[in-house]
Design a protein around this ligand. Structure first.
Ligand SMILES: [Zn+2]
Length: 233
């Protein structure tokens, strides 16, 4: 920990900026400025009854999902897009950890900590992992784990096929293709557990759905889903 005077000096040379709006952070502000934290588009889906949660509805008839949660609404050209872009493409891994922890803590305070046994991140395709050097969902899982005080584990799920030729297939074939993309490496790690499946962003929900199918097939007692952001359809 640097003395306050030295910290001020360092931030004079390397101004710390808000990861959402790029404005300089004030003293005592970390990662995201107070203004952005107040104005981020929170979904508060965890406060809704399941039947009224629009995110949960998206999984109806596809795969049983106990809780479907997302911290923020993904709006194009907004702060949330900026945050996620930096997490994914600019190497700003701490965004995943920080937002995950804030949201995890909120869920903890909402009484959801005892609900989940294990947090599992959606795996990145090995080729993307090699290119990016990290799976952003791992950082989100780590943040959730700290905030919720529930353990997380990497490499529970793995991708087993490529999906490059998806555009040539019809809808059903596409779904089947996606559904077979994931498998649980060792079923004993999830048997009987309520797994909280996490990712940075939910767009169509197809990836999370396929992961949930794989976890349930491997013997998970229940699956819930949480992401940092979700796009409206
Ligand atoms: Zn800001």
């Amino acid at each position: 920990m640097l003395p306050a005077l030295l910290t001020d000096f360092v931030s004079l040379i390397f101004p710390r900026v808000c990861l959402a709006c790029e404005e300089p952070l004030g003293r005592g502000e970390e990662h995201v400025c107070t203004g952005c934290r107040a104005q981020l588009p929170y979904t508060n889906y965890h406060q809704l009854p399941a039947a009224e949660n629009p995110l949960a509805r998206r999984f109806w008839g596809k795969v049983p999902v106990e809780h479907a949660l997302s911290y923020l609404r993904f709006l194009r050209h907004g702060r949330v897009q900026h945050l996620l872009h930096q997490l994914k493409y600019q190497g700003q891994r701490e965004i995943g950890a920080v937002l995950g922890q804030w949201y995890g803590h909120e869920l903890y305070q909402h009484g959801l900590a005892d609900t989940f046994d294990l947090i599992v991140p959606v795996p990145l395709h090995p080729r993307k992992l090699a290119k990016r050097g990290y799976n952003q969902a791992d950082y989100v899982a780590d943040g959730f784990s700290k905030g919720l005080q529930v353990p997380w584990a990497a490499n529970i799920l793995r991708r087993i096929t490529h999906t490059d030729s998806q555009t040539k297939k019809n809808r059903v074939e596409r779904w089947q293709n996606v559904a077979t993309v994931f498998e649980v490496a060792d079923a004993t790690h999830v048997t009987g557990l309520h797994v909280l499946l996490v990712d940075d962003v939910l767009t169509t929900g197809a990836t999370l759905e396929a992961c949930a199918v794989a976890l349930l097939a491997a013997g998970a007692r229940a699956v819930s889903i949480a992401t940092l952001a979700c796009a409206d359809r």
